[in-house]
Design a protein around this ligand. Structure first.
Ligand code: AMP
Ligand code: ZN
Length: 121
């Protein structure tokens, strides 16, 4: 299965990418966009998304590996930029119903600024 490679008119994150929906963008390049979550669960809560529509990680293919890797290196760069690289941060990628995925455009949550609970789940 492949992703659409396009923006989806009904997807809230695609609307953020094309500027139709407001957001507090913290980083943007040709491949990814990062912006503050509207309902933060930690002092720092940023979403990092690909600039093309993926329903979920389940739609990613081998040719998407460079893009998926880029999402991670951008997460690190943002962690440096917002000052949590040393204090620590957590990346979360919810996929499907049991994980509680609510927005079906692949996204990493980058959360930090407080001590995280562990074990997770
Ligand atoms: P998930 O449960 O992993 O699908 O998380 C979706 C996240 O998107 C939640 O943390 C929401 O608060 C966040 N969210 C939904 N709509 C927006 C929006 N318009 N701008 C910023 N964050 C949003
Ligand atoms: Zn989308």
């Amino acid at each position: 299965m492949s992703n659409t490679g396009n923006l989806e008119s009904t997807c809230i994150f695609c609307k953020i990418i094309n500027g139709e929906s407001p957001s507090r963008i913290v980083y943007r390049d040709d491949l990814v966009t990062a912006f503050h979550d509207i309902h933060p669960v930690a002092p720092l809560h940023i979403l990092i998304i690909p600039n093309k529509h993926f329903h979920s990680l389940n739609l990613a293919n081998i040719e998407d590996e460079p893009l998926l890797g880029h999402l991670l290196t951008v997460a690190h760069q943002i962690a440096i930029r917002v000052g949590v690289e040393q204090s620590g941060y957590r990346l979360i990628l919810n996929t499907g119903p049991d994980a509680g995925q609510a927005v079906f455009h692949l996204h990493f949550h980058l959360i930090g600024g407080r001590r995280m609970r562990f074990p997770m789940g």
